[in-house]
Ligand binder design. Structure first.
Ligand SMILES: C[S@@+](CC[C@H](N)C(=O)[O-])C[C@H]1O[C@@H](n2cnc3c(N)ncnc32)[C@H](O)[C@@H]1O
Length: 288
């Protein structure tokens, strides 16, 4: 009875219902990446993904280091005062390099559960997720693995706000109105937030409106995915191609500086995604 009710929620067309359903599953399943028990090891299921990727996996804790390496922001010389991360989830790994290039970072998410997890990490709550192995690995890639404690402190100091956000709103940070910022970053958020391409295109515009003229927009995107699993439950995802993403970014008034698909394949037991795609774009300055 309960499980058929939950199954109905999994396939609900209502986005909010599905997000809350997902949060329940993430909490329940110990083999999910988001769990504390999985802190130092990534689920083995990701190994085949990493093996086939163009990204080199170095020695050591291959599972989590591989994921950290994928997510590390290589920079592209993009710096500034403020970066907003849209749809941060309960995660901070995606910001470990960014805190070297921005004076302040604002993290955001739709779900309060995720914002609570981030606050726990910021406040060093004993219940917080332990990101140590990813922090160490990022430091190793940046040249000094031993600096991981300094890095954690630096990121804690740099994250100034944890805010609610909804990419489907014209101002995703509504009711807050912020001055446009130097950089907006978002990984794997819009494709799970939008049910169709027109909604995706307007979400890209909404998020892009937070960038100031001359500032940058960076997306990490899952390609050609229609579902992903959390425990035994299947969730829908918007099917995107590099062309759809690039067109949406250009349609939001940005000039694309760089984009690349990384060459991943994913086990169907996790999802049916075909690859991961990164895109870096610039909003023309007023004088251009
Ligand atoms: C796949 S997770 C990605 C999390 C993180 N960025 C990462 O790279 O691991 C997608 C996130 O988008 C958030 N999200 C979904 N819909 C959203 C919306 N309408 N506005 C803002 N965030 C949303 C979800 O709560 C979830 O945390």
């Amino acid at each position: 009875m309960v499980s058929s009710f939950l199954l109905k929620l999994d396939h609900s067309n209502n986005y909010h219902v599905r997000r809350h359903r997902e949060a329940i599953e993430i909490h329940k399943h110990v083999d999910n990446f988001n769990r504390k028990e999985e802190t130092t090891k990534m689920n083995k299921i990701w190994l085949s993904v990493l093996k086939n990727s163009k990204i080199k996996i170095v020695d050591g804790n291959q599972h989590s280091e591989g994921r950290a390496q994928l997510m590390t922001n290589k920079g592209y010389g993009i710096r500034g005062d403020t970066l907003i991360d849209i749809g941060s989830g309960p995660s901070i790994y995606q910001l470990l390099s960014a805190c070297e290039s921005f004076r302040e970072i604002i993290v955001t998410d739709f779900l309060e559960q995720n914002r609570v997890e981030i606050r726990k990490w910021l406040e060093k709550d004993p219940e917080a997720f332990d990101w140590t192995s990813m922090v160490k690995y990022t430091c190793q890639m940046e040249g000094d693995r031993e600096k991981w404690m300094e890095k954690e402190e630096k990121l804690r100091r740099t994250i100034k706000q944890v805010l609610p956000c909804d990419v489907t709103l014209a101002n995703p940070l509504d009711p807050l109105v912020l001055q446009p910022v130097d950089c907006v970053f978002s990984s794997y958020c819009l494709e799970s937030a939008c049910n169709d391409v027109p909604t995706y295109r307007s979400a890209v515009k909404n998020v892009g409106s937070l960038v100031k003229p001359g500032g940058h927009l960076i997306f990490a995107v899952i390609l050609e995915e229609t579902y992903y699993m959390v425990g035994p439950h299947k969730f829908n995802c918007l099917y995107l191609t590099p062309e759809i993403v690039t067109d949406a970014v250009k349609g939001a008034g940005f000039e694309v500086l760089w984009s690349q698909a990384l060459g991943f394949t994913f086990p169907l037991a996790i999802c049916d995604a075909k690859d991961t795609f990164f895109i870096v774009a610039k909003k023309p300055s007023k004088s251009q």
